[in-house]
Design a protein around this ligand. Structure first.
Ligand code: ZN
Length: 193
């Protein structure tokens, strides 16, 4: 009995800690997303795993799709290039900007493994891309990297609404799969000294 009581005491102390350490669940898919969106998001997640495997960048990937076909893809390569503008979305636009005309960008859909940051929203706007589908949300990403949430968060929908009205944004999509990629990467990088 004494042992059981001790066990109960230990559990009463540690169980709340275990509960509080449990991350919030992945958000459900945006109901506006289609089966085709899932196919291309799966590819964006593959591209997000690549830079981690190769040691070239952080786990982000982007795919540009036109009429059901991939016409460009890109993985974050900030580590290899020491260039903080080489996010998946800005990198794709920069690498393919000379080969893809503005009318094509306007008809294409950009799939990105994580919600575009404000820098990438700007690049998407200036490239003339009108449709964006993202995987994981910015809020969940900030939680994983341990940043305190901003007092006045500015999500991608708000940026597009205010700077490029008419841009269609869908997401989150398959967030659990995307968060799993981040959860295995960031703790190893952020705690390395
Ligand atoms: Zn970005």
């Amino acid at each position: 009995m004494k042992l059981l009581r001790r066990l109960a005491l230990v559990l009463s102390v540690f169980a709340p800690l275990l509960v509080s350490a449990t991350p919030p669940p992945a958000l459900p898919d945006d109901p506006a997303c289609t089966a085709e969106d899932r196919t291309f998001m799966a590819r964006a997640y593959e591209l997000a795993r690549k830079p981690v495997r190769d040691g070239t960048g952080a786990p982000f990937g982007a795919v540009l799709v036109l009429d059901g076909k991939i016409i460009a893809e890109y993985s974050n390569c900030e580590v290899a290039t020491h260039d903080p503008t080489k996010h998946a979305e800005t990198g794709l636009i920069s690498a393919f900007g000379a080969k893809i005309d503005r009318a094509t960008f306007a008809r294409a859909t950009l799939y990105t493994s994580s919600e575009p940051c404000t820098m990438c929203c700007g690049a998407i706007r200036f490239a003339g891309i009108r449709q964006v589908v993202y995987g994981t949300t910015e809020a969940q990403f900030e939680r994983i990297i341990g940043d305190a949430p901003p007092a006045h968060p500015l999500d991608s929908r708000e940026v597009f609404t205010r700077t490029a009205p008419g841009t269609v944004v869908r997401g989150p999509l398959m967030e659990a799969e995307g968060l799993a990629i981040h959860e295995t990467y960031w703790p190893t990088v952020l705690h390395r000294h």
